[in-house]
Ligand binder design. Structure first.
Ligand code: NAD
Ligand code: TDX
Length: 338
C-alpha cells in the first residue's frame, strides 16, 4: 500500500511517518511545501529508508497535485498539511484560508479524480470552540456543534465541513480526527511547550498569556499518531473520531512543571497581554474511539513531558537552527510590546 502524507515535514506529520515506517511495511510519500514550519532535516532518518520518498509542493496547487496523483497513485491520503498556529492566524488570516480550506478541497478533488481507498483529514478539537472554566463536567463529543473562535479554527472547521460534503455528495471515502493539543519531539518553538522549554533553557522570560488560567488537554504526539493509524486502517468511512487523553492542565501548571523539571526559577514567568478571543478550555471525550477502535493513550503527562524535555536537551541543533533564523523576527513581532 502507498500512503501520501501531506505536511510530513512538520511536527505531527513527521512523528506519524516515523511510526508508520517502524510498524508497517507500506510505502510513504511525503508532500510538504516546507513553509517556515516544515523542516527537511526532521526527515533525515526517514530519507535513508527506501520505502520513503519526499516531494516538495503545495497542496493548494491543483495542477501540481493532479500531476502528483497521476504518477504516485496513493491508496491512502493523510492530510496534516496546514497553517497551524492560532497567533499567526490572528495577524494574517489569508494564508490559513488558502492552505487549510482550498488545499483540502484540491486534495479531495484529486482523490475523486484518481480514486483512493481513504482520505483522512487531521482536524482539531478547536473546531468545537471552547468550554467554560467552571464546568469541569463538560467535554467535547463528536456531536458537539462546530463553533470556531479564531481564523485558524474557523479554517479547520470549514475544511471539516467540506470533507463531510464530499462524503455525502460524491461518496468519497473519508474520515476526520479531532485531537486535543499535542506535545513531543519536533514541535515548532512557536507553540507553548517547546517555547517555554527553550526560553527556560536560555534563561529568557516565559510569556504566559493573561493569568495562565486557560486549560488545554495535552496528548503525547505518539498517542495521536497511533489513533490516526487505527482510524485509517479500521475506522468507518464518513465518521469523525475525537482523540484526547484526559490530561487537562492550566497553562500556568504546564509552565511551572517545565521550570521544575529544568531546575529554573518561577521568577522567569512573565504574564503578558492575553490572546484576542482566547479559548478558555478544551477537553475531549474520547469514548467513541476507545469503544469502536480500542484506542487508549499510553503516555501520561508526567512521563511525556520528561521525554519531551529530554528530547529538546539532546537535539539542540534542531531548534537552535530554527530560533537563530527567521524565527527571531517572528518572536520580536509577537512578543516585543506585549
Ligand atoms: P506544523 O505547523 O508543525 O506542520 C505543518 C506542516 O505543513 C509543515 O511541515 C508545513 O511546511 C506544511 N505545509 C503548510 N502549508 C502547506 C501547503 N500549502 N502545502 C504543503 N505543505 C504545507 O503543524 P502540526 O502541529 O504538525 O499540525 C499538523 C496537523 O494537525 C494540522 O492540520 C493541525 O491543524 C492538526 N492538529 C495539530 C495539533 C497540535 O497540537 N499541534 C492538535 C490537533 C490537530
Ligand atoms: O507564548 C505563549 N504563551 C501562552 O500563554 C503561547 C505560544 C501560548 N500560550 C497559551 C495559549 C494557549 O492557551 O498556551 C496555550 C497553548 O497555546 P498554543 O501552543 O499556541 O496552542 P493552542 O492555541 O491551544 O492550539 C494548539 O492546539 C490545537 C495547536 O497550535 C493547534 O494547531 C491545534 O489545532
Amino acid at each position: 500500500m502507498k500512503i501520501l502524507v501531506t505536511g510530513g515535514a512538520g511536527f505531527i506529520g513527521s512523528n506519524f511517518i516515523y511510526q508508520q515506517l517502524a510498524y508497517h511495511n507500506d510505502e510513504i510519500v511525503c508532500l510538504d511545501l516546507l513553509t517556515y514550519a516544515g523542516n527537511l532535516s526532521t526527515l533525515d532518518k526517514a530519507a535513508k529508508d527506501n520505502r520513503f520518498k519526499f516531494i516538495k509542493g503545495d497542496i493548494a496547487d491543483r495542477e501540481f497535485i493532479y500531476g502528483l496523483f497521476a504518477v504516485e497513485k496513493p491508496d491512502i491520503v493523510v492530510n496534516f498539511a496546514a497553517e497551524s498556529h492560532v497567533d499567526r492566524s490572528i495577524k494574517m488570516p489569508e494564508i490559513f484560508l488558502q492552505t487549510n480550506i482550498i488545499g483540502t478541497s484540491v486534495l479531495m478533488d484529486a482523490c475523486r479524480k484518481y480514486g483512493i481507498k481513504r482520505y483522512h483529514q487531521v482536524s482539531t478539537d478547536e473546531v468545537y470552540g471552547d468550554l467554560p472554566l467552571d464546568r469541569p463536567d463538560l467535554f467535547f463529543t463528536e456531536n458537539t456543534p462546530v463553533h470556531a473562535s479564531s481564523p485558524y479554527s474557523a479554517s479547520k472547521a470549514s475544511a471539516d465541513l467540506l470533507v463531510q460534503a464530499y462524503y455525502r455528495t460524491y461518496g468519497l471515502p473519508v474520515t476526520i480526527s479531532r485531537c486535543s493539543n499535542n506535545y513531543g519531539p519536533y514541535h515548532f518553538p512557536e507553540k507553548l511547550i517547546p517555547l517555554m522549554i527553550i526560553n527556560a533553557l536560555n534563561d529568557k522570560k516565559l510569556p504566559v498569556y493573561g493569568k495562565g488560567a486557560n486549560v488545554r488537554d495535552w496528548l503525547y504526539v505518539e498517542d495521536h499518531c497511533k489513533a490516526i493509524d487505527l482510524i485509517i486502517r479500521k475506522g468507518r468511512s464518513g465518521e469523525i473520531y475525537n482523540i484526547g487523553g484526559h490530561n487537562e492542565k492550566t497553562n500556568l501548571q504546564v509552565v511551572k512543571i517545565i521550570l521544575r523539571e529544568l531546575n529554573k526559577p518561577e521568577s522567569l514567568i512573565d504574564f503578558v497581554t492575553d490572546r484576542p478571543g482566547h479559548d478558555r478550555r478544551y477537553a475531549i471525550d474520547p469514548a467513541k474511539i476507545h469503544m469502536q477502535l480500542g484506542w487508549l493513550p499510553e503516555t501520561n503527562f508526567e512521563s511525556g513531558i520528561k521525554k519531551t524535555i529530554k528530547w529538546y536537551l539532546e537535539n539542540k541543533t534542531w531548534w537552535e537552527e530554527i530560533i537563530n533564523g527567521a524565527y527571531k523576527d517572528y518572536y520580536q513581532r509577537m512578543y516585543e510590546k506585549r
